[in-house]
Design a protein around this ligand. Structure first.
Ligand SMILES: *[C@@H]1O[C@H](CO)[C@@H](O)[C@H](O)[C@H]1NC(C)=O
Ligand SMILES: [Ca+2]
Length: 117
């Protein structure tokens, strides 16, 4: 009896441990994707050119953002991200976009998005 109870809690423990591990691996791979997406798009350079940024947004963010088909909308967004106004998107500036998207996602999931009337 005691053994089977222990066994049950062990199974539960390893199950929740497994869930925890797979969740964190999920997050790890998401972070790696964020980094490699930038590096691949930058093609060895430190910052993204306007053209590379546009391709990145069109290829990777069409499902999460509106207006990714409009190159003028992407240019406008890039101007907003380009804090030092050098016409390029640095890794930090790119993270601003990632953070903005993550924030919008969490607001729409919790139902407190301003445009979710
Ligand atoms: C890339 O951007 C960073 C930060 O904006 C800047 O310090 C650096 O000089 C830039 N590098 C190139 C190659 O343009
Ligand atoms: Ca910049």
């Amino acid at each position: 009896m005691a053994i089977s109870l222990l066994a049950t809690s062990y199974v539960q423990f390893s199950f929740s441990f497994f869930v925890l591990v797979s969740l964190s691996l999920d997050m790890e791979s998401a972070i790696k994707t964020v980094v490699t997406t930038f590096l691949t798009s930058a093609k060895g350079k430190e910052n993204l050119s306007a053209g590379s940024f546009q391709k990145l947004v069109q290829k990777q963010l069409g499902g999460i953002m509106d207006d990714t088909k409009s190159s003028s909308a992407i240019k406008e967004m890039m101007r907003g991200l380009d804090e030092n106004n050098d016409g390029r998107v640095s890794f930090q500036e790119y993270l601003t976009l990632v953070g903005y998207l993550a924030n919008s996602l969490s607001q729409s999931k919790s139902g407190s998005s301003p445009d979710a009337s």
